[in-house]
Design a protein around this ligand. Structure first.
Ligand SMILES: [Zn+2]
Length: 240
């Protein structure tokens, strides 16, 4: 992780993580909590949060449009993690959205405590105390629908990079690379040259459906994660 001063609101500093660094942090936290299954299967993200990150967690009646919240103490400890009770609407996709939201909030928990552990007199403190619709003066992230769409190659550094980073943790927590590769064992083929696993394009949609079922995530989450490991091209080779 690298930190640099920007003087831009709401934090006045910027934290930068490598993509692989975020994946590693997620897996390490799951391992510490003994929440990483030995074989491919759904990560119990909600109990991981309650048992490992913050005892005070649950479904909350959050304002319209707010899907999740993570609140911090002045010392960086996690004060509360919540998911909107409105997400639990009995629709087939509700469980996937809830799981993604928990994973996103867990991302804020592991990556962002330092943003709120500031000297009271510092410029950075003054910046976030001005509050916004996303980062409030009482040390909370209020994560809205549009925050979950911060994706892309620029890593969000032209905007809400902290939301981009939390979104990276959806794949990091719910689709750990080691388990994804195990789940895809019967679909992947070793490259003739390098012997690294390859995904043939004609098998991509089968792989996306398999990951969605095995890990209990939406097709959208499954597609994004698979494309990270196997970028779309004639025969996609495993990357990083
Ligand atoms: Zn967020």
């Amino acid at each position: 992780m690298k930190q640099q001063v920007t003087n831009r609101p709401p934090f006045g500093i910027e934290l930068r993580f490598e993509r692989t660094e975020i994946d590693l942090m997620c897996v390490e936290e799951l391992e510490k909590a003994e929440a990483l299954p030995a074989t491919p299967g759904p990560i119990n993200i909600e109990s991981f949060i309650g048992q490992h990150l913050c005892r005070d967690y649950g479904y909350e009646d959050l304002p319209d449009g707010v899907l999740g919240v993570t609140a911090f103490e002045p010392n960086g400890a996690i004060k509360f993690v919540g998911v909107s009770s409105k997400l639990d609407d009995d629709s087939p996709s509700a469980e996937h959205r809830i799981r993604s939201t928990w994973a996103h909030e867990a991302g804020h928990c592991i990556l962002h405590p330092s943003l709120f552990m500031r000297e009271p007199a510092s410029r950075a403190q003054l910046l976030w105390e001005q509050a916004s619709d996303n980062v409030t003066s009482d040390r909370r992230f209020l994560c809205r629908e549009q925050d979950f769409k911060v994706q892309g190659a620029n890593c969000g550094y032209d905007g809400r990079w902290w939301e981009w980073q939390a979104n990276r943790c959806i794949g990091g927590f719910l689709l750990p690379k080691i388990l994804v590769l195990k789940a895809l064992e019967t679909i992947l083929r070793p490259s003739r040259v390098t012997q690294t696993p390859e995904l043939q394009e004609e098998n991509r949609s089968q792989a996306e459906s398999l990951l969605s079922q095995v890990f209990n995530v939406s097709m959208a989450v499954s597609k994004i994660r698979l494309a990270e490991f196997f970028p779309q091209r004639a025969a996609a080779q495993l990357t990083f």
